[in-house]
Design a protein around this ligand. Structure first.
Ligand code: NAD
Length: 497
């Protein structure tokens, strides 16, 4: 927590040193060909840094170093307790630099400074600490085989991991990968989004200060179609872990098939249903939660509750409550600690979100609140929280991931119909159910094809629980011990006694 005011944050922003170079083998360096791209703040359009635009040569160099470091064993063969101590120190250093990192995150992608500080940076440190602390508490197995055999079933680090991450929670999602990847002893090449590279670049140096050996963590900023593709096609990357859109996730599976069949683990998009039954324990709480589920982080959340399924008998009573709740979410200056909605990541994304709002109108949905660009005079990319009623599940706004604060309300008449609508989507990341009937809650939760189901809430979240989706929302899971599967290979060793 901090008592800094908007003026304090602005003055810090004006003197902030921003590093834009890549980080390979323990040192900052420009891209091999010297190329850079402009990193522009969506808050006010200011140029934050010229960032290294990495490509094939940088990917080759980083992978070479990562492999060499892995093979020395300096990290991969360090006792788990040793890696734990370094990871915990890494987490502490992130906490010690929380204000600087939060400011970078907010300036880079527009989210409110209070969220950057209390959610993104806090969760990033928590992810590293949790994974580090877990690693010396996990045991391998002995197979139950014949008397004259000993069968060891062990997990070992996979080798070189490429982590390609998005811009909506830039450091937090990176740390969901770095935590288990580093804890299990791998060498990592992190490719942040070209829209939000700054915190990833900054923490690479903190990792070294914490004691992570050179070459174990490398950061390559740049575009997806250049350095991202080079990593995904690389013959010496063992595991590719990704968070981002379903479209790119599918492309990465093709790249893996075209190259070395590297393991590919995908956390992709969502269009999550939030189902409110007439017997919800508290409709006001459900309405406030439905508003937060689409407005938090400007709706730029993979698990956003973007389809609000409401039992028809309470529709007229419930919708005004959602409208009231959405009025408490107001786009504001991201450096004001009181702001709860910041800017969208950039003007291009703003145009995309506005075009979805337009399609809602065209398809005949009824606008209940919002629907317009906000704070235009600031030069930033702001949009009002938007609610459409009278939506059918076939409209574009109900089918496609908008990744902005646009909520579609869809009526239903029965539990069976609610389940059918909820599951009628290519995605399967999250879902929520609001009811006082425990059997209905469990039966609906079981029927939902989603990796995360919330009951009478829309925000349960902890490092101890897996995060990820069914269907085209991806495979594998981040967080919890299940995440460790992505970063290890299973080995059976047979010993004849
Ligand atoms: P994106 O797919 O456009 O980009 C994600 C990353 O992939 C970026 O680093 C990008 O540079 C890289 N990339 C793009 N093209 C590439 C290529 N051809 N080869 C290799 N890398 C490439 O997604 P985005 O716009 O950054 O993020 C938003 C998406 O992320 C949404 O769909 C959202 O649902 C999803 N997301 C999912 C989760 C989850 O846990 N399931 C969490 C956060 C975000």
């Amino acid at each position: 927590m901090t008592n800094l005011t908007r003026a304090d944050w602005e003055s810090k922003a004006n003197t902030l040193q921003v590093e834009g170079r890549a980080f390979i083998n323990g040192e900052y360096c420009p891209a091999a060909d010297g190329e850079t791209f402009d990193c522009i703040s969506p808050v006010d359009g200011r140029l934050l840094a010229k960032v290294a635009s990495c490509d094939q040569a940088d990917a080759d160099r980083a992978v070479r170093n990562a492999r060499a470091t892995f093979n020395t064993g300096v990290w991969s063969q360090l006792a788990p307790a040793g890696r734990k101590a370094v990871m915990v120190r890494f987490a502490e250093l992130i906490e010690e630099h929380a204000e600087e990192l939060a400011l970078l995150e907010t300036l880079d992608m527009g989210k409110p400074i209070s969220d950057s500080l209390n959610v993104d940076i806090a969760s990033s440190a928590a992810a590293l600490r949790w994974s580090g602390e877990a690693i010396d508490k996990i045991y391998d197995e002995v197979a139950p085989i014949a008397h004259d055999q000993l069968g060891l079933v062990t997990r070992e680090a996979i080798g070189v991991v490429a982590a390609i991450v998005p811009w909506n929670f830039p450091l937090m999602v990176a740390c969901w990968k770095l935590g288990p990847a580093l804890a299990t002893g791998n060498s990592v090449i992190l490719k942040p989004s070209e829209r939000s590279p700054l915190t990833a670049i900054r923490v690479a140096r903190l990792a070294i200060e914490a004691g992570v050996p050179k070459g174990v963590l490398n950061v390559l900023p740049g575009y997806g179609h250049t350095v991202g593709k080079a990593l995904a096609l690389h013959m010496d990357v063992d595991s590719l872990v990704f968070t981002g859109s379903t479209r790119i996730a599918k492309q990465l599976q093709i790249y893996a098939g075209e190259s070395n069949m590297k393991r590919v683990w995908l956390e992709a998009g969502g269009k999550s249903p939030n189902i409110v039954f007439a017997d919800a324990p508290d409709l006001k709480v459900a309405a406030e939660s439905a508003a937060a589920a689409i407005a938090f982080n400007q709706g730029e959340v993979c698990s956003a509750g973007s389809r609000l399924l409401v039992e028809r008998s309470i529709m007229d009573h419930f919708l005004p409550m959602v409208v009231e709740a959405l009025k408490t979410w107001k786009p504001g200056h991201p450096l004001d600690p009181a702001t709860n909605m910041g800017a969208l990541v950039d003007n291009q994304h703003l145009d995309t979100v506005l075009s979805y709002i337009e399609s809602g109108h065209t398809d005949g949905a009824q606008l209940l609140i919002g629907g317009k660009r906000a704070l235009t005079e600031s030069g930033g990319a702001y949009v009002e929280p938007t609610l459409f009623g009278g939506v059918s599940n076939t409209m574009r706004i109900a089918r496609e991931e908008i990744f902005g604060p646009v909520l579609s309300v869809i009526p239903f008449n029965s539990t069976q119909e609610a389940i059918e609508i909820a599951n009628d989507t290519p995605y399967g990341l999250a879902a929520a159910v609001w009811t006082s009937n425990i059997s209905k809650a469990h039966l609906t939760a079981k029927a939902l094809r989603a990796g995360i189901v919330w009951i009478n809430q829309y925000d349960g979240d902890d490092m101890t629980a897996p995060f990820g989706g069914f269907k085209q929302s991806g495979n594998g899971r981040d967080k919890s011990l299940h995440a460790f599967d992505k970063y290890t290979e299973l080995k059976a060793t047979w010993i004849k006694l």
